[in-house]
Write a protein that binds this ligand. Structure first.
Ligand code: GS8
Length: 220
């Protein structure tokens, strides 16, 4: 019997986009179920991710897998016949996990401070945010992808942030791209992949969402 694969997701989520990219890299057909995570979480989401109650959740033959970086690694292990995403060397694998952890802990955690704060606090938050990207750019070096010649785990995990740049830059009135030209080149390289191009959300849609979200939080 064919595998049943369902993805609980929210269209503008960078975490959901990671999973969409990984599934596309492997050529997996799946059912996409958009979730209303802000106003009305579905019974299915609460049942499948009772601990965090967050998307994305991959449901593979009725078994839920939660947390985007864990889901991407799961996908790579289960569908291991095509486009490996994790490095085969244990040390390189540990390094890739380290940088994805950095993206989740530093980059993501700081992203909202670039538009929820004001004045000097905002300037400091934006500088720190850019510094995270600069460090990642250094890590990329002159390689085409983070893992070297092939698109892999760190690329999947970071490229989903790229379609948020426009919204962060416009709402926060600052520029990320100016400080990290090599990272932008890398992002454009990644965008040439079908798996990425079809999984990333339109940047204007994200911008509109962020404006509305900001308003809903009562931030001027
Ligand atoms: C983060 C998922 C997450 O923040 C992962 O999967 O990597 N560490 C997790 N999901 C958000 C939407 S995207 O910002 C979510 O589901 N939020 C609902 C809530 O916070 O209640």
């Amino acid at each position: 019997m064919a595998d049943e694969v369902i993805l609980l997701d929210f269209c503008i989520s960078m975490f959901g986009m990671r999973v969409r990219i990984a599934l596309a890299e492997k050529g997996i057909n799946y059912e996409y179920k958009e979730q209303d995570i802000l106003m009305n979480k579905s019974d299915l989401l609460l049942k499948m991710n009772p601990v965090h109650k967050k998307i994305p959740v991959l449901i593979h033959n009725n078994n839920p897998v939660c947390e985007s970086s864990i889901i991407v690694q799961y996908i790579d292990e289960v569908w291991n016949d095509k486009n490996p995403l994790m490095p085969s060397d244990p040390y390189e694998r540990a390094q890739a996990r380290f940088w994805v952890d950095y993206i989740d802990k530093k980059l993501y955690e700081n992203s909202s401070r670039t538009w929820t704060t004001k004045g000097e606090e905002q300037e400091a938050a934006q500088k720190e945010f850019i510094d995270h990207f600069k460090l990642l750019e250094q890590q990329l070096g002159n390689k085409p992808y983070f893992g070297g010649d092939s698109f892999g785990f760190v690329d999947v995990s970071l490229i989903s942030f790229y379609c948020w740049f426009y919204a962060w830059e416009k709402v926060g009135n600052f520029s990320i791209g100016e400080s990290c030209p090599k990272l932008i080149e890398w992002a454009k390289r990644c965008m040439e992949r079908d798996s990425v191009a079809k999984s990333l959300q339109d940047e204007k849609t994200i911008y509109e969402f962020l404006l509305e979200y900001k308003k809903s939080l009562g931030i001027e």
